[in-house]
Design a protein around this ligand. Structure first.
Ligand code: G4P
Length: 510
């Protein structure tokens, strides 16, 4: 589930779970500050700011199928985290706010999905509130993403007057009725075209006419184009009123791809029926005070995961016992005994596991690495209380392993003053907050003036380091990063040392 912040991801996640009857009433599990609770947010900062930083994996059954839903942080500062999550999914649901249309993060995420070849279903959300014209929104999607919108449903009533949707494949109307605050399932009534016309008159007529226009313009579902990332099926809804949510679940079952073979690092497929394999796409700790531990999230790619079984860890080739495996659902956790391709399993206190590591049974497999983004913000971290240096070091290490921030070190700066590197400055806030609250080591951060990083090699370290306005540090994953104050400084270095290795890193918009 992806979107620009505030388009309604948490609300829709909750509504989906409600429809699948995981929870009986939306909003009773967990909460952001000052508003109704949602299933998938948990950290203090998230609550205070009302944004989601971490992603939750939510599994539910719907009409005989299992859906694994991962929520992603919406804020651009956490796009690296979103990228990791997207490495683990088979399809994405993009939420667009009907009043805001295509926002910057919407566009970036569409681009990431294209890059990773993830099919995208689009939901135009908040149709209960005044917003853009539906046809205009379709034009905007096409103009800005190059994806052909192929609506499955079409709204009856303009934004702000949401009566129901025209199911473009049956030709019937699904009429929605509000329940108190959208807290329980919305009632749906199916009306034949005649009944819809009698009851909704011009609103129905407009919907039918617009739907015909779409058909004339190649706007009908094309499964192959959707799977090949040339088209995006569209649904209209209101997450807060639970309108259109059943239609989204039905569409997911019907057209979203089920788990399929995955290519390993060398391009060789691992069939879903092969012995167990999976990879770590996220490591996270400190999700709530009751569980101060570290979870490695695995996406199962093939075979059957069995708790208690022994698998092999690709990076060390060592056996790894899967005794503590859990499913995480908001604050709730359940022990998982078996899991299948497409499932997400949280392995507890699996301290050897890093993002990108693979696990397997039998034949070796290493799935493609998940790239780190090019950091653009840098700050030196120091323990405020030098007596707590041990906690400081352990805490920084932990944040590094989770990918909360990247950690850069050099002999010159020493272990007491590592450089934290981030894609967005809010990552620093999270790091500071967690160092104090969880690791027991308050830190100070001194921002550095660098804005650019390039990958270099060991033989260039000394030479580059001598230049003013340039510093070379070693990142936790073994990459040497040369930091520059600005493009001018980078350009000058490139001119002065035309042979120097200075490669761009993956940018957040890739
Ligand atoms: P996010 O996870 O994508 O950041 O979005 P989130 O679900 O937190 O929703 C952001 C705001 O949009 C919330 O309002 C939420 O209630 C509202 N919202 C979500 N879906 C709909 C919808 O379909 N229609 C309308 N009208 N609003 C919707 P808030 O002001 O932050 O909180 P609240 O006090 O309204 O709950």
């Amino acid at each position: 589930m992806i979107s620009h912040p505030d388009a309604g991801k948490s609300t829709l996640t909750e509504a989906l779970a409600l429809h699948a009857r995981v929870i009986n009433e939306a909003g009773h599990i967990h909460g952001k500050a000052g508003r109704k609770s949602t299933v998938s947010d948990w950290m203090d900062i998230e609550k205070a700011r009302g944004i989601s930083i971490s992603s939750a994996a939510l599994q539910f059954e719907y009409q005989g199928s299992v859906i694994n839903l991962v929520d992603t942080p919406g804020h651009a500062d956490f796009s690296e985290d979103t990228y990791r999550v997207l490495a683990a999914v088979d399809s994405a649901v993009m939420l667009v706010d009907a009043a805001k249309g295509m926002e910057p993060q919407t566009l970036k995420l569409f681009e990431v999905c294209r890059h990773r070849r993830i099919p995208v279903l689009t939901v135009i959300n908040k149709w209960d509130r005044p917003g853009h014209d539906a046809l205009q929104l379709m034009d905007e999607v096409f103009a800005k993403t190059g994806l052909k919108p192929t609506p499955l449903t079409w709204p009856v009533g303009i934004a702000g007057d949401f009566r129901g949707v025209l199911d473009r494949r049956t030709g019937n109307m699904v009429e929605f009725a509000r329940t108190a605050g959208g807290a329980t399932l919305a009632t749906m009534t199916t009306l034949t075209p005649d009944e819809a016309l009698a009851k909704h008159d011009v609103h129905w007529q407009t919907a039918v006419e617009e739907s015909e226009l779409l058909s004339m313009d190649d706007g009908d579902l094309d499964l192959e184009a959707y799977r090949a990332h040339r088209a995006t099926p569209v649904l209209f809804g209101s997450a807060v009123l639970n309108f259109g949510v059943a239609q989204l679940l039905d569409a997911l079952l019907e057209i979203a791809p089920a788990p399929d073979e995955r290519l390993d690092e060398s391009g060789k497929p691992r069939e879903v029926g092969a012995p167990f394999s999976g990879f770590v796409f996220k490591v996270q700790a400190g999700m709530d005070s009751a569980h101060r531990d570290r979870l490695a999230y695995i996406r199962v790619c093939s075979g059957t995961f069995e708790r208690g079984g022994v698998v092999t860890h690709s990076a060390s080739k060592k056996p790894f016992a899967t005794k503590y495996a859990q499913q995480v659902f908001g604050q709730d956790r359940q022990t998982v005994d078996v899991a299948f391709p497409g499932d997400v399993v949280g392995l507890v206190n699996a301290s050897a596991l890093r993002v990108g590591d693979s696990l397997y049974v039998d034949e070796f497999v290493q799935f493609p690495p998940i790239p780190s983004f090019a950091p653009e913000h840098f700050a030196v971290a120091r323990a405020l209380d030098s007596g707590r240096y041990k906690q400081f070091r352990r805490g920084i290490e932990q944040l590094e392993q989770e990918g909360v921030v990247q950690v850069l070190r050099s002999d010159l700066r020493g272990d007491q003053a590592p450089v934290l590197a981030a894609v967005g400055p809010m990552q620093f806030e999270v790091a500071t907050h967690r160092m104090k609250g969880e690791m027991g080591a308050e830190i100070s951060l001194d921002r550095l003036q660098y804005t650019l990083a390039r990958r270099t090699t060991k033989e260039w370290v000394a030479e580059l380091d001598r230049q003013s306005g340039v510093e070379v540090l070693l990142r936790g994953d073994g990459e040497w990063l040369a930091l520059f104050a600005d493009t001018w400084r980078l350009g000058r270095t490139q001119r002065d040392f035309p042979d120097a290795v200075l490669e761009p890193l993956v940018a957040s918009a890739d």
